[in-house]
Design a protein around this ligand. Structure first.
Ligand code: OOB
Length: 542
Protein backbone atom coordinates (compact mmCIF):
# COMPACT_ATOMS: atom_id res chain seq x y z
CA UNK A 1 0.00 0.00 0.00
CA UNK A 2 1.66 3.19 -1.11
CA UNK A 3 1.89 6.30 1.01
CA UNK A 4 -0.65 8.88 -0.15
CA UNK A 5 0.93 11.86 -1.83
CA UNK A 6 -0.31 14.97 -3.51
CA UNK A 7 1.97 16.83 -5.84
CA UNK A 8 1.53 20.12 -7.66
CA UNK A 9 3.97 21.07 -10.43
CA UNK A 10 6.86 23.14 -9.13
CA UNK A 11 5.78 26.39 -10.76
CA UNK A 12 2.40 26.16 -9.04
CA UNK A 13 3.95 25.33 -5.66
CA UNK A 14 6.22 28.31 -6.01
CA UNK A 15 3.34 30.62 -6.82
CA UNK A 16 1.15 29.33 -3.99
CA UNK A 17 3.97 29.85 -1.50
CA UNK A 18 4.91 33.29 -2.85
CA UNK A 19 1.33 34.47 -2.65
CA UNK A 20 1.15 33.39 0.97
CA UNK A 21 -1.46 30.69 0.44
CA UNK A 22 0.77 27.89 1.63
CA UNK A 23 2.23 29.02 4.92
CA UNK A 24 4.15 25.93 5.96
CA UNK A 25 2.12 25.18 9.08
CA UNK A 26 1.11 21.59 9.88
CA UNK A 27 -2.03 20.64 11.81
CA UNK A 28 0.20 19.55 14.71
CA UNK A 29 1.78 23.00 14.83
CA UNK A 30 -1.66 24.56 14.53
CA UNK A 31 -2.70 22.85 17.76
CA UNK A 32 0.31 24.33 19.59
CA UNK A 33 -0.51 27.74 18.15
CA UNK A 34 -4.15 27.53 19.25
CA UNK A 35 -3.07 26.48 22.74
CA UNK A 36 -0.56 29.33 22.97
CA UNK A 37 -2.89 31.99 21.59
CA UNK A 38 -6.23 31.03 23.07
CA UNK A 39 -5.39 28.68 26.00
CA UNK A 40 -8.13 29.53 28.52
CA UNK A 41 -10.84 30.37 25.97
CA UNK A 42 -13.69 27.93 25.42
CA UNK A 43 -12.87 25.77 22.41
CA UNK A 44 -15.46 23.02 22.52
CA UNK A 45 -18.85 22.17 23.92
CA UNK A 46 -19.99 18.60 23.30
CA UNK A 47 -22.50 16.85 25.54
CA UNK A 48 -21.23 17.26 29.09
CA UNK A 49 -17.75 18.28 27.93
CA UNK A 50 -16.63 21.90 27.94
CA UNK A 51 -13.00 22.13 26.90
CA UNK A 52 -10.78 25.18 26.81
CA UNK A 53 -8.16 25.34 24.07
CA UNK A 54 -5.58 24.12 26.60
CA UNK A 55 -7.80 21.23 27.53
CA UNK A 56 -8.34 20.29 23.88
CA UNK A 57 -4.58 20.44 23.36
CA UNK A 58 -3.95 18.36 26.50
CA UNK A 59 -6.40 15.68 25.39
CA UNK A 60 -4.99 15.63 21.88
CA UNK A 61 -1.40 15.35 23.13
CA UNK A 62 -2.38 12.44 25.39
CA UNK A 63 -4.13 10.73 22.50
CA UNK A 64 -1.04 11.37 20.36
CA UNK A 65 1.16 9.70 22.93
CA UNK A 66 -1.22 6.75 22.97
CA UNK A 67 -1.27 6.41 19.19
CA UNK A 68 2.52 6.64 19.01
CA UNK A 69 2.77 4.11 21.83
CA UNK A 70 0.88 1.59 19.74
CA UNK A 71 3.82 1.56 17.36
CA UNK A 72 2.10 3.64 14.68
CA UNK A 73 4.66 5.46 12.57
CA UNK A 74 4.47 8.96 11.08
CA UNK A 75 2.46 8.84 7.86
CA UNK A 76 0.46 5.76 8.87
CA UNK A 77 -3.25 5.97 8.15
CA UNK A 78 -5.90 5.62 10.85
CA UNK A 79 -9.55 5.14 9.94
CA UNK A 80 -11.75 7.41 12.05
CA UNK A 81 -15.48 6.77 12.33
CA UNK A 82 -16.83 8.92 15.11
CA UNK A 83 -20.05 10.83 15.61
CA UNK A 84 -20.16 14.47 16.72
CA UNK A 85 -18.61 14.05 20.13
CA UNK A 86 -15.70 15.63 21.96
CA UNK A 87 -13.57 12.59 21.13
CA UNK A 88 -13.75 13.49 17.46
CA UNK A 89 -11.59 16.58 17.94
CA UNK A 90 -9.28 14.93 20.47
CA UNK A 91 -8.75 12.09 18.00
CA UNK A 92 -8.03 14.07 14.88
CA UNK A 93 -5.73 16.55 16.59
CA UNK A 94 -4.11 13.64 18.45
CA UNK A 95 -3.46 11.89 15.15
CA UNK A 96 -2.10 15.07 13.59
CA UNK A 97 0.12 15.66 16.62
CA UNK A 98 1.51 12.13 16.30
CA UNK A 99 2.18 12.66 12.58
CA UNK A 100 -0.59 10.22 11.62
CA UNK A 101 -3.11 10.54 8.81
CA UNK A 102 -6.83 10.33 9.61
CA UNK A 103 -9.10 8.70 7.03
CA UNK A 104 -12.62 10.04 7.53
CA UNK A 105 -15.52 7.59 7.43
CA UNK A 106 -19.07 8.74 8.13
CA UNK A 107 -20.96 7.30 11.11
CA UNK A 108 -23.60 6.13 8.58
CA UNK A 109 -21.08 3.92 6.81
CA UNK A 110 -21.42 0.21 7.33
CA UNK A 111 -19.36 -2.87 6.66
CA UNK A 112 -19.04 -2.47 2.90
CA UNK A 113 -17.77 1.10 3.01
CA UNK A 114 -15.68 0.68 6.17
CA UNK A 115 -13.86 -2.44 4.93
CA UNK A 116 -13.20 -0.71 1.62
CA UNK A 117 -11.89 2.49 3.22
CA UNK A 118 -9.71 0.59 5.68
CA UNK A 119 -8.08 -1.56 3.04
CA UNK A 120 -7.81 1.05 0.30
CA UNK A 121 -6.14 3.54 2.64
CA UNK A 122 -3.82 0.91 4.14
CA UNK A 123 -5.07 1.86 7.62
CA UNK A 124 -3.22 0.41 10.60
CA UNK A 125 -5.80 1.38 13.20
CA UNK A 126 -9.52 2.10 13.45
CA UNK A 127 -11.01 4.63 15.87
CA UNK A 128 -14.71 4.13 16.39
CA UNK A 129 -17.53 4.85 18.86
CA UNK A 130 -19.14 1.99 20.78
CA UNK A 131 -22.68 2.93 19.73
CA UNK A 132 -24.39 5.71 17.88
CA UNK A 133 -27.89 6.16 16.54
CA UNK A 134 -28.90 2.68 17.67
CA UNK A 135 -26.00 0.99 15.89
CA UNK A 136 -23.44 -1.13 17.70
CA UNK A 137 -20.04 -0.62 16.04
CA UNK A 138 -18.16 -3.27 17.99
CA UNK A 139 -19.10 -6.23 15.74
CA UNK A 140 -18.02 -4.08 12.81
CA UNK A 141 -14.72 -3.35 14.55
CA UNK A 142 -14.17 -7.10 15.05
CA UNK A 143 -14.77 -7.65 11.39
CA UNK A 144 -12.35 -4.91 10.34
CA UNK A 145 -9.67 -6.32 12.60
CA UNK A 146 -10.21 -9.85 11.30
CA UNK A 147 -10.60 -9.08 7.61
CA UNK A 148 -8.43 -6.11 6.76
CA UNK A 149 -4.76 -6.96 6.55
CA UNK A 150 -2.80 -4.19 8.13
CA UNK A 151 -5.37 -3.06 10.70
CA UNK A 152 -3.81 -3.96 14.03
CA UNK A 153 -5.56 -1.76 16.57
CA UNK A 154 -9.08 -0.68 17.39
CA UNK A 155 -9.61 2.28 19.70
CA UNK A 156 -13.11 2.81 21.03
CA UNK A 157 -14.81 5.95 22.34
CA UNK A 158 -17.18 4.61 24.98
CA UNK A 159 -17.45 1.02 26.24
CA UNK A 160 -14.33 -0.49 24.72
CA UNK A 161 -14.97 -4.23 25.41
CA UNK A 162 -11.77 -6.07 24.38
CA UNK A 163 -10.43 -3.01 22.53
CA UNK A 164 -8.40 0.01 23.60
CA UNK A 165 -10.40 2.66 25.45
CA UNK A 166 -9.74 6.38 25.27
CA UNK A 167 -9.09 6.52 28.99
CA UNK A 168 -6.04 4.27 28.74
CA UNK A 169 -4.70 5.73 25.53
CA UNK A 170 -1.96 8.00 26.85
CA UNK A 171 -0.62 9.39 30.04
CA UNK A 172 1.53 12.51 30.04
CA UNK A 173 1.07 13.46 26.41
CA UNK A 174 3.59 14.28 23.69
CA UNK A 175 5.17 17.67 24.24
CA UNK A 176 5.91 18.57 20.64
CA UNK A 177 4.22 17.53 17.41
CA UNK A 178 5.92 14.79 15.39
CA UNK A 179 7.47 16.74 12.52
CA UNK A 180 5.72 16.54 9.18
CA UNK A 181 6.35 18.31 5.93
CA UNK A 182 3.48 20.77 5.38
CA UNK A 183 3.30 19.44 1.81
CA UNK A 184 2.61 15.95 3.15
CA UNK A 185 -0.87 14.51 3.08
CA UNK A 186 -2.58 15.49 6.35
CA UNK A 187 -5.68 13.33 5.94
CA UNK A 188 -7.81 11.42 3.46
CA UNK A 189 -11.34 12.62 2.75
CA UNK A 190 -13.79 10.52 0.80
CA UNK A 191 -15.32 11.44 -2.50
CA UNK A 192 -18.98 11.15 -3.27
CA UNK A 193 -18.07 10.21 -6.83
CA UNK A 194 -20.20 8.58 -9.45
CA UNK A 195 -18.54 5.21 -9.86
CA UNK A 196 -18.27 2.36 -7.41
CA UNK A 197 -17.11 2.77 -3.84
CA UNK A 198 -15.80 6.06 -2.43
CA UNK A 199 -12.40 7.26 -3.63
CA UNK A 200 -9.81 8.72 -1.29
CA UNK A 201 -8.93 12.39 -1.51
CA UNK A 202 -5.48 13.26 -0.18
CA UNK A 203 -5.38 16.77 1.32
CA UNK A 204 -2.13 18.34 2.46
CA UNK A 205 -1.53 20.51 5.54
CA UNK A 206 -0.61 23.48 3.36
CA UNK A 207 -3.51 23.30 0.93
CA UNK A 208 -6.21 22.56 3.47
CA UNK A 209 -5.18 25.13 6.04
CA UNK A 210 -5.24 27.75 3.31
CA UNK A 211 -8.88 26.87 2.60
CA UNK A 212 -9.61 27.05 6.35
CA UNK A 213 -8.07 30.53 6.71
CA UNK A 214 -9.75 31.77 3.54
CA UNK A 215 -13.12 30.41 4.64
CA UNK A 216 -12.86 31.85 8.15
CA UNK A 217 -12.28 35.29 6.68
CA UNK A 218 -15.04 35.10 4.06
CA UNK A 219 -17.51 33.83 6.65
CA UNK A 220 -16.66 36.68 9.02
CA UNK A 221 -15.42 34.51 11.89
CA UNK A 222 -13.81 36.05 14.96
CA UNK A 223 -13.06 35.16 18.57
CA UNK A 224 -16.70 35.76 19.39
CA UNK A 225 -17.97 33.24 16.83
CA UNK A 226 -19.77 30.14 18.03
CA UNK A 227 -19.99 27.47 15.32
CA UNK A 228 -22.59 24.71 15.58
CA UNK A 229 -21.40 21.48 13.99
CA UNK A 230 -24.76 20.01 13.04
CA UNK A 231 -23.75 17.88 10.03
CA UNK A 232 -21.49 14.84 10.55
CA UNK A 233 -18.05 16.18 11.52
CA UNK A 234 -16.26 13.97 8.97
CA UNK A 235 -17.86 15.90 6.08
CA UNK A 236 -15.79 18.56 4.38
CA UNK A 237 -18.55 21.16 4.78
CA UNK A 238 -18.73 21.29 8.62
CA UNK A 239 -14.99 20.64 8.77
CA UNK A 240 -13.79 23.70 6.90
CA UNK A 241 -16.56 25.71 5.24
CA UNK A 242 -15.84 27.48 7.58
CA UNK A 243 -16.63 24.66 9.96
CA UNK A 244 -15.08 23.78 13.29
CA UNK A 245 -11.58 24.21 11.94
CA UNK A 246 -12.42 27.75 10.83
CA UNK A 247 -13.89 28.54 14.25
CA UNK A 248 -10.88 27.10 16.09
CA UNK A 249 -8.45 28.90 13.79
CA UNK A 250 -9.75 32.27 15.03
CA UNK A 251 -10.25 31.33 18.70
CA UNK A 252 -14.02 30.88 18.52
CA UNK A 253 -16.09 28.12 20.10
CA UNK A 254 -17.33 24.90 18.52
CA UNK A 255 -20.59 23.35 19.69
CA UNK A 256 -21.09 19.75 18.59
CA UNK A 257 -24.67 18.74 17.92
CA UNK A 258 -25.23 14.97 18.05
CA UNK A 259 -27.65 15.38 15.15
CA UNK A 260 -29.02 18.21 13.02
CA UNK A 261 -32.69 17.91 13.98
CA UNK A 262 -34.29 21.25 14.97
CA UNK A 263 -35.37 20.07 18.43
CA UNK A 264 -31.75 19.25 19.32
CA UNK A 265 -29.97 22.02 17.41
CA UNK A 266 -32.30 24.86 18.46
CA UNK A 267 -31.74 24.15 22.14
CA UNK A 268 -27.97 24.27 21.59
CA UNK A 269 -28.23 27.53 19.63
CA UNK A 270 -30.17 29.19 22.43
CA UNK A 271 -28.04 27.74 25.22
CA UNK A 272 -24.64 28.59 23.75
CA UNK A 273 -25.37 31.66 21.67
CA UNK A 274 -24.48 29.97 18.39
CA UNK A 275 -23.65 32.57 15.71
CA UNK A 276 -23.05 30.43 12.63
CA UNK A 277 -23.75 26.96 11.27
CA UNK A 278 -23.95 25.00 8.02
CA UNK A 279 -26.75 22.81 6.68
CA UNK A 280 -27.73 20.89 3.57
CA UNK A 281 -30.89 22.26 1.86
CA UNK A 282 -33.41 19.70 3.23
CA UNK A 283 -32.33 20.52 6.77
CA UNK A 284 -32.52 24.24 6.10
CA UNK A 285 -36.13 23.67 4.98
CA UNK A 286 -36.85 21.66 8.11
CA UNK A 287 -35.38 24.37 10.33
CA UNK A 288 -37.46 27.03 8.59
CA UNK A 289 -40.59 24.96 9.15
CA UNK A 290 -39.80 24.41 12.82
CA UNK A 291 -38.46 27.85 13.80
CA UNK A 292 -41.75 29.78 14.00
CA UNK A 293 -43.15 27.22 16.46
CA UNK A 294 -39.97 26.84 18.50
CA UNK A 295 -39.78 28.05 22.10
CA UNK A 296 -36.02 28.56 21.75
CA UNK A 297 -34.44 31.94 21.16
CA UNK A 298 -32.53 31.75 17.88
CA UNK A 299 -31.61 35.43 17.75
CA UNK A 300 -27.87 34.81 18.24
CA UNK A 301 -27.68 33.12 14.83
CA UNK A 302 -26.08 35.51 12.33
CA UNK A 303 -25.12 33.30 9.40
CA UNK A 304 -26.62 30.12 7.99
CA UNK A 305 -24.42 28.42 5.39
CA UNK A 306 -26.34 26.17 3.03
CA UNK A 307 -24.65 23.83 0.58
CA UNK A 308 -23.94 20.28 -0.50
CA UNK A 309 -26.82 20.40 -2.97
CA UNK A 310 -28.76 23.06 -4.81
CA UNK A 311 -30.78 25.42 -2.62
CA UNK A 312 -33.58 26.74 -4.76
CA UNK A 313 -34.03 30.54 -4.85
CA UNK A 314 -37.58 30.41 -3.44
CA UNK A 315 -36.33 28.64 -0.32
CA UNK A 316 -33.20 30.79 -0.16
CA UNK A 317 -35.31 33.95 -0.07
CA UNK A 318 -37.09 32.76 3.09
CA UNK A 319 -33.99 32.33 5.25
CA UNK A 320 -33.71 35.91 6.45
CA UNK A 321 -37.44 36.53 7.05
CA UNK A 322 -37.92 33.22 8.88
CA UNK A 323 -34.63 32.69 10.72
CA UNK A 324 -33.51 36.31 11.00
CA UNK A 325 -29.99 35.60 9.77
CA UNK A 326 -27.89 36.02 6.65
CA UNK A 327 -27.87 33.15 4.19
CA UNK A 328 -24.52 32.15 2.78
CA UNK A 329 -24.65 29.70 -0.10
CA UNK A 330 -21.74 27.26 -0.18
CA UNK A 331 -20.88 25.26 -3.27
CA UNK A 332 -17.95 23.07 -2.42
CA UNK A 333 -16.39 19.69 -3.01
CA UNK A 334 -14.12 17.52 -0.91
CA UNK A 335 -11.67 17.55 -3.84
CA UNK A 336 -11.06 21.24 -3.18
CA UNK A 337 -12.79 24.25 -4.73
CA UNK A 338 -15.25 26.00 -2.42
CA UNK A 339 -17.46 28.91 -3.48
CA UNK A 340 -19.30 31.24 -1.14
CA UNK A 341 -21.73 34.06 -1.55
CA UNK A 342 -20.23 36.95 0.42
CA UNK A 343 -22.05 38.17 3.52
CA UNK A 344 -22.50 41.67 2.06
CA UNK A 345 -23.57 40.54 -1.42
CA UNK A 346 -26.88 41.89 -2.73
CA UNK A 347 -29.88 39.72 -1.86
CA UNK A 348 -30.28 38.73 -5.51
CA UNK A 349 -26.77 37.20 -5.60
CA UNK A 350 -27.27 35.47 -2.24
CA UNK A 351 -30.54 33.86 -3.23
CA UNK A 352 -29.79 33.06 -6.89
CA UNK A 353 -26.14 31.99 -7.00
CA UNK A 354 -23.93 29.47 -5.28
CA UNK A 355 -21.16 32.01 -4.74
CA UNK A 356 -17.67 32.55 -6.06
CA UNK A 357 -14.35 30.87 -5.23
CA UNK A 358 -12.30 31.45 -2.10
CA UNK A 359 -9.08 32.26 -3.91
CA UNK A 360 -8.06 34.65 -6.68
CA UNK A 361 -5.94 31.72 -7.86
CA UNK A 362 -8.84 29.29 -8.14
CA UNK A 363 -8.92 28.75 -11.89
CA UNK A 364 -12.42 28.05 -13.15
CA UNK A 365 -13.26 26.93 -16.67
CA UNK A 366 -16.76 26.46 -18.04
CA UNK A 367 -16.54 24.31 -21.15
CA UNK A 368 -18.93 22.68 -23.60
CA UNK A 369 -18.84 18.94 -24.31
CA UNK A 370 -16.13 19.50 -26.93
CA UNK A 371 -13.93 21.25 -24.39
CA UNK A 372 -14.50 24.75 -25.76
CA UNK A 373 -15.22 27.67 -23.44
CA UNK A 374 -18.87 28.75 -23.37
CA UNK A 375 -19.82 32.44 -23.23
CA UNK A 376 -20.49 33.97 -19.80
CA UNK A 377 -24.02 33.15 -18.68
CA UNK A 378 -24.24 29.94 -20.70
CA UNK A 379 -24.28 26.55 -18.97
CA UNK A 380 -21.22 24.34 -19.33
CA UNK A 381 -19.05 21.79 -17.55
CA UNK A 382 -17.08 23.10 -14.60
CA UNK A 383 -13.34 22.43 -14.46
CA UNK A 384 -11.06 23.77 -11.77
CA UNK A 385 -7.54 23.82 -10.41
CA UNK A 386 -5.99 25.90 -7.70
CA UNK A 387 -4.10 26.14 -4.42
CA UNK A 388 -6.40 23.77 -2.51
CA UNK A 389 -7.79 21.51 -5.26
CA UNK A 390 -6.23 18.06 -5.57
CA UNK A 391 -4.44 16.86 -8.67
CA UNK A 392 -5.44 13.21 -8.25
CA UNK A 393 -7.14 10.62 -6.02
CA UNK A 394 -5.16 8.10 -3.99
CA UNK A 395 -4.35 4.99 -6.04
CA UNK A 396 -7.04 5.43 -8.69
CA UNK A 397 -5.23 5.54 -12.05
CA UNK A 398 -8.31 5.05 -14.20
CA UNK A 399 -10.52 7.45 -12.21
CA UNK A 400 -7.68 9.97 -12.33
CA UNK A 401 -7.48 9.69 -16.10
CA UNK A 402 -11.22 10.41 -16.29
CA UNK A 403 -11.45 13.06 -13.61
CA UNK A 404 -8.38 15.19 -14.31
CA UNK A 405 -7.16 16.79 -17.51
CA UNK A 406 -3.51 16.42 -18.51
CA UNK A 407 -2.88 19.98 -17.34
CA UNK A 408 -4.27 19.27 -13.91
CA UNK A 409 -7.83 20.58 -13.99
CA UNK A 410 -10.38 18.60 -11.97
CA UNK A 411 -13.49 17.73 -13.97
CA UNK A 412 -16.12 18.39 -11.32
CA UNK A 413 -19.01 16.77 -13.22
CA UNK A 414 -21.11 19.83 -12.34
CA UNK A 415 -22.89 21.94 -14.94
CA UNK A 416 -22.76 25.62 -14.03
CA UNK A 417 -23.31 29.08 -15.44
CA UNK A 418 -20.67 31.69 -14.77
CA UNK A 419 -22.16 35.10 -14.07
CA UNK A 420 -20.57 38.54 -13.85
CA UNK A 421 -18.11 38.82 -10.97
CA UNK A 422 -17.23 35.14 -11.24
CA UNK A 423 -20.33 33.96 -9.41
CA UNK A 424 -21.45 30.45 -10.27
CA UNK A 425 -24.94 29.11 -10.55
CA UNK A 426 -25.18 25.32 -10.37
CA UNK A 427 -27.50 24.06 -13.09
CA UNK A 428 -27.11 20.32 -12.84
CA UNK A 429 -24.68 17.54 -13.17
CA UNK A 430 -23.12 15.56 -15.95
CA UNK A 431 -21.99 12.70 -13.72
CA UNK A 432 -24.10 9.70 -12.77
CA UNK A 433 -24.51 10.11 -9.07
CA UNK A 434 -27.55 10.93 -7.03
CA UNK A 435 -27.33 13.92 -4.70
CA UNK A 436 -29.74 12.84 -1.98
CA UNK A 437 -29.94 15.62 0.58
CA UNK A 438 -26.25 16.36 0.06
CA UNK A 439 -25.19 12.70 0.32
CA UNK A 440 -23.65 11.61 -2.98
CA UNK A 441 -24.67 8.11 -4.05
CA UNK A 442 -23.04 6.25 -6.90
CA UNK A 443 -25.69 4.70 -9.18
CA UNK A 444 -23.24 1.98 -10.12
CA UNK A 445 -22.56 1.00 -6.53
CA UNK A 446 -26.26 0.55 -5.73
CA UNK A 447 -26.85 -1.32 -9.01
CA UNK A 448 -24.09 -3.77 -8.08
CA UNK A 449 -25.80 -4.51 -4.78
CA UNK A 450 -29.18 -5.03 -6.43
CA UNK A 451 -27.80 -7.31 -9.12
CA UNK A 452 -26.27 -9.50 -6.43
CA UNK A 453 -29.83 -10.63 -5.53
CA UNK A 454 -30.78 -13.84 -7.32
CA UNK A 455 -34.24 -12.50 -8.15
CA UNK A 456 -32.73 -9.59 -10.08
CA UNK A 457 -31.67 -9.88 -13.69
CA UNK A 458 -30.57 -6.28 -14.12
CA UNK A 459 -30.92 -2.91 -12.38
CA UNK A 460 -30.47 0.76 -13.23
CA UNK A 461 -30.47 3.42 -10.54
CA UNK A 462 -31.44 7.03 -11.26
CA UNK A 463 -32.17 10.26 -9.39
CA UNK A 464 -35.80 11.36 -9.29
CA UNK A 465 -36.75 14.85 -8.17
CA UNK A 466 -38.00 15.06 -4.61
CA UNK A 467 -39.50 18.16 -2.98
CA UNK A 468 -37.76 17.59 0.31
CA UNK A 469 -34.58 15.64 -0.46
CA UNK A 470 -33.85 17.43 -3.73
CA UNK A 471 -33.25 14.04 -5.31
CA UNK A 472 -34.23 10.55 -4.27
CA UNK A 473 -32.98 7.23 -5.59
CA UNK A 474 -35.15 5.13 -7.84
CA UNK A 475 -34.05 1.67 -8.93
CA UNK A 476 -35.51 0.23 -12.13
CA UNK A 477 -35.28 -3.52 -11.81
CA UNK A 478 -35.73 -6.34 -14.31
CA UNK A 479 -36.61 -9.49 -12.40
CA UNK A 480 -34.89 -12.73 -13.29
CA UNK A 481 -37.05 -15.36 -14.94
CA UNK A 482 -39.95 -16.39 -12.76
CA UNK A 483 -38.66 -14.02 -10.11
CA UNK A 484 -41.18 -12.90 -7.53
CA UNK A 485 -38.97 -10.53 -5.60
CA UNK A 486 -40.79 -7.55 -4.01
CA UNK A 487 -39.50 -4.03 -3.28
CA UNK A 488 -39.32 -4.63 0.47
CA UNK A 489 -37.28 -7.81 -0.06
CA UNK A 490 -34.84 -5.91 -2.24
CA UNK A 491 -34.50 -3.04 0.20
CA UNK A 492 -33.89 -5.50 3.04
CA UNK A 493 -31.38 -7.37 0.90
CA UNK A 494 -29.42 -4.23 0.01
CA UNK A 495 -29.48 -3.08 3.63
CA UNK A 496 -28.28 -6.53 4.67
CA UNK A 497 -25.23 -6.12 2.43
CA UNK A 498 -23.96 -3.65 5.00
CA UNK A 499 -24.13 -0.28 3.31
CA UNK A 500 -25.04 3.15 4.58
CA UNK A 501 -28.79 3.49 4.99
CA UNK A 502 -28.92 6.56 2.74
CA UNK A 503 -27.93 4.34 -0.21
CA UNK A 504 -30.92 2.01 0.11
CA UNK A 505 -33.20 2.90 -2.86
CA UNK A 506 -36.16 5.10 -1.93
CA UNK A 507 -38.25 3.61 -4.69
CA UNK A 508 -38.13 0.43 -6.74
CA UNK A 509 -39.91 0.14 -10.07
CA UNK A 510 -40.10 -3.20 -11.86
CA UNK A 511 -39.86 -3.13 -15.64
CA UNK A 512 -40.17 -6.12 -17.99
CA UNK A 513 -36.88 -5.45 -19.76
CA UNK A 514 -34.28 -2.81 -20.59
CA UNK A 515 -34.25 -1.73 -24.17
CA UNK A 516 -31.09 -2.65 -26.01
CA UNK A 517 -29.86 -1.33 -29.31
CA UNK A 518 -29.02 -3.39 -32.36
CA UNK A 519 -25.34 -3.35 -31.43
CA UNK A 520 -25.99 -4.84 -28.05
CA UNK A 521 -26.33 -3.19 -24.67
CA UNK A 522 -26.72 0.58 -24.57
CA UNK A 523 -24.39 2.45 -22.25
CA UNK A 524 -25.51 2.48 -18.63
CA UNK A 525 -25.63 6.24 -18.78
CA UNK A 526 -27.98 6.29 -21.78
CA UNK A 527 -30.08 3.54 -20.26
CA UNK A 528 -30.51 5.41 -16.98
CA UNK A 529 -31.42 8.59 -18.83
CA UNK A 530 -33.98 6.80 -21.03
CA UNK A 531 -35.65 5.02 -18.11
CA UNK A 532 -35.87 8.21 -16.11
CA UNK A 533 -37.31 10.18 -19.00
CA UNK A 534 -39.93 7.57 -19.72
CA UNK A 535 -40.92 7.34 -16.09
CA UNK A 536 -41.15 11.09 -15.57
CA UNK A 537 -43.14 11.48 -18.77
CA UNK A 538 -45.81 9.27 -17.32
CA UNK A 539 -46.10 11.94 -14.64
CA UNK A 540 -46.26 9.61 -11.67
CA UNK A 541 -42.97 10.51 -10.07
CA UNK A 542 -44.37 13.01 -7.59
C1 OOB B 1 -19.82 19.04 -0.60
O1 OOB B 1 -18.82 18.19 -0.95
P1 OOB B 1 -19.00 16.75 -1.62
O2 OOB B 1 -17.64 16.31 -1.95
O3 OOB B 1 -19.84 15.89 -0.73
O4 OOB B 1 -19.86 16.96 -2.94
C2 OOB B 1 -19.46 17.84 -3.97
C3 OOB B 1 -20.58 18.00 -4.97
C4 OOB B 1 -20.35 19.09 -5.98
O5 OOB B 1 -19.52 18.67 -7.03
C5 OOB B 1 -21.77 19.36 -6.41
O6 OOB B 1 -22.21 18.38 -7.29
C6 OOB B 1 -22.56 19.22 -5.14
O7 OOB B 1 -21.79 18.37 -4.32
N1 OOB B 1 -22.76 20.50 -4.44
C7 OOB B 1 -23.70 21.42 -4.78
C8 OOB B 1 -23.58 22.46 -3.84
N2 OOB B 1 -22.58 22.15 -2.98
C9 OOB B 1 -22.11 20.95 -3.37
N3 OOB B 1 -24.59 21.44 -5.78
C10 OOB B 1 -25.39 22.55 -5.85
N4 OOB B 1 -25.34 23.58 -4.99
C11 OOB B 1 -24.45 23.59 -3.97
N5 OOB B 1 -24.39 24.63 -3.11
O8 OOB B 1 -20.99 18.81 -0.85
C12 OOB B 1 -19.38 20.30 0.06
C13 OOB B 1 -18.06 20.50 0.40
C14 OOB B 1 -17.67 21.67 1.01
C15 OOB B 1 -18.61 22.65 1.28
C16 OOB B 1 -19.93 22.45 0.94
C17 OOB B 1 -20.32 21.27 0.32
Amino acid sequence: MSTPRQIWPEAFEKRYVEKGYWQGETFGQMLDRLDANFGPRLALVAGESRWSYSELARRARIAAEGFAGLGLEPGDRVLVQLPNRAEFLATIFGLFYAGLVPVYALPAHRETEVLHLASRSGARAYVVADRHDGFDYLPLARKVLAEVDGVEHVIVAGEAAEFIGFDILGDEGLTTPVPRNPRDVAFLQISGGSTGLPKLIPRTHDDYLYSVRGSAEICGLSEGSVYLCALPAAHNFPMSSPGYLGALHVGGTVVMSPNPQPEVAFRLIAEHGVTITGLVPPLALLWMQAAPRSKHDLSSLQVLGVGGAKFIPEAAAKVRPVLGCTLQQVFGMAEGLVNYTRLDDPEEIITHTQGRPISPDDEVLVLDDEGQPVPEGEPGNLYTRGPYTIRGYHEEPSANARSFTPDGFYRTGDVVRRLPGGYLEVRGRAGDHINRAGEKISAEEVEDHLIAHEGVFDAAVVALPDKFLGEKTCAFVVRSEEGEVQPRDLKAFVRGRGIAEFKVPDQIVFVPEFETTAVGKVSRKALRAALKEKYLEKGDAA
